[in-house]
Design a protein around this ligand. Structure first.
Ligand SMILES: [Zn+2]
Length: 338
């Protein structure tokens, strides 16, 4: 391999695809090249650098010879994808850094999607319906996410952090000292500082920071942290209650000459109303917690007006059935009294 100080082309589009090295990484690379020379050849496509922008800059500045390796690509898109895969495979990058690389390809993916739509509708310029444009955007983010190994939501969070977080936070993210979710939550809380919203469960107006950001998503939970904790506790209680044998008030009787415990009717004592209430409470808690689980599984495509109506009807029917029980019980009591 012939080493010399080649004069190569830099394509800004290609150069900017790769996240810059940190100051420390750059210093280490420079020290090593100045001391030991440049061992790794730069990858070049038709005289343009596709890998080794940092090495090129250092070698040129210090006049240090380097080798090159020619690669053949069909077009710039192909070169970009090779760079993406190469970068992801070579550097030891955390989710934040991988997401940043993925996002560099977002506009590229969108352009491709636009081209596809334009071809499919036969027009020169694509004027897709809002829905298909949104769907394409979502698809592009899903594909990018898969490529760099993070979820679509994580990509969306990193995009916003990259645009709006301060340098200190970005540095922490690069070093993996703070999670993407935590940094995103802090950013959102700062954006909404001094603002309040209403909890859908307790109806109280609280500051944004009293709500958490849903872990699989980018928006605030509709219920406050306190209510979330309560709901979790209720679900745990309901689980415990469900795993226990049903509470029965037992009485003693003589069965085949022996004393035995048998279920009996509750003694007519106003003090035992608490027993009825606690039975009812564990039943309703279990009901609410199970409904919550079921409803949380609803996905956007299932939420048609028709389906929501079916759910509403089901919930109404359940409430009606309980109401009917109460009415019947009261009616029976009135008959007995007469
Ligand atoms: Zn609440």
């Amino acid at each position: 391999m012939e080493k010399k100080v080649y004069d190569l082309r830099i394509d800004p589009d290609l150069r900017d695809l790769i996240p810059p090295l940190s100051e420390e990484e750059h210093r280490m690379l420079e020290d090593s090249i100045v001391r030991n020379g440049c061992d790794t050849p730069l990858t070049v496509w038709n005289g343009t650098i596709v890998d080794g922008h940092n090495r090129y800059e250092i070698c040129r500045r210090h006049d240090i010879p380097f080798g090159i390796e020619e690669k053949d690509f069909d077009d710039k898109d192909a070169a970009m994808f090779w760079m993406l895969e190469h970068q992801l495979a070579r550097r030891n990058l955390n989710s934040y850094q991988r997401s940043l690389i993925g996002l560099k390809y977002e506009s590229f993916y969108r352009d491709q999607a636009r081209k596809r739509l334009a071809t499919s509708t036969g027009g020169k310029e694509a004027r897709p319906l809002q829905n298909s444009a949104e769907a394409e955007k979502g698809n592009a983010m899903d594909k990018l996410g898969k490529m760099v190994g993070v979820s679509r939501d994580t990509l969306a969070k990193v995009k916003e952090l990259d645009a709006n977080a301060d340098q200190g936070t970005k540095e922490q993210l690069r070093k993996g000292e703070i999670s993407i979710h935590k940094a995103y939550t802090e950013l959102k809380n700062k954006e909404h500082e001094g603002e309040t919203r209403i909890c859908e469960r307790c109806g109280e107006e609280k500051p944004f920071s009293e709500f958490s950001i849903v872990s699989k998503g980018t928006s605030y939970s509709p219920i406050c942290k306190e209510c979330e904790a309560k709901a979790k506790q209720a679900a745990r209680d309901a689980e415990t209650a469900a795993s226990m044998p049903p509470a029965e008030v037992t009485g003693m009787t003589v069965l085949e000459g022996k004393l035995a415990h048998v279920p009996t009717q509750l003694r007519d004592d106003p003090a035992l109303f608490d027993h009825v209430l606690s039975l009812l409470e564990s039943a309703t808690n279990a009901y609410i917690a199970t409904c919550e689980t079921a409803i949380s599984k609803l996905q956007p495509s299932m939420m048609t007006e028709e389906n929501i109506d079916i759910i509403r009807q089901m919930i109404d029917d359940a409430a009606d059935a309980v109401d009917e029980m109460l009415i019947q019980t009261i009616a029976k009591k009135n008959v007995e009294v007469q």
